[in-house]
Design a protein around this ligand. Sequence first.
Ligand code: DQA
Length: 149
Amino acid sequence: MRILFVNGPNLKLLGRRETGIYGRTSLAEIKKRVLQRARTLRVLVDFRQSNHEGDLVDLIGAAPGRYSAIVINPAAYTHTSVALRDAIAAVGLPTVEIHLSNIHARENFRRRSLTAPVCAGQICGFGPLSYLLGLEAAVSLAKSTGKRP
Ligand code: DQA
């Protein structure tokens, strides 16, 4: 089983970016933890990041046939991107939305997610642990839907 992790804009700056909100753990360190856990679960993970909306749409669009499920932190595009929402809806793979911060406890504009309604569910507020919980959820969803690359 292969799971695609998709990271949106500015997440490459984790560890240095608004550390009071996002903490001091880098995206590279989060990736390491996800890959470690994936090995234990005996699943393969591809871990990607882009600041560009179209690149993220392309990644999602190319996922069917390669991946059993998607875990996505759309970052700021969560709140703005009809294109990402449509891409997730179009491919029909089980998708888990994750966030480091609790987007419901922050500014009003962060409370609305355009992408969450086309995902199986949303995990937010647990810092880097959101990624590991996202992996668990994706593996479980992929097993129950039986999609198998
Ligand atoms: C974020 C929350 C978003 O509102 C924000 O734009 C991000 C990070 C999170 O992981 O908490 O860039 O997705």
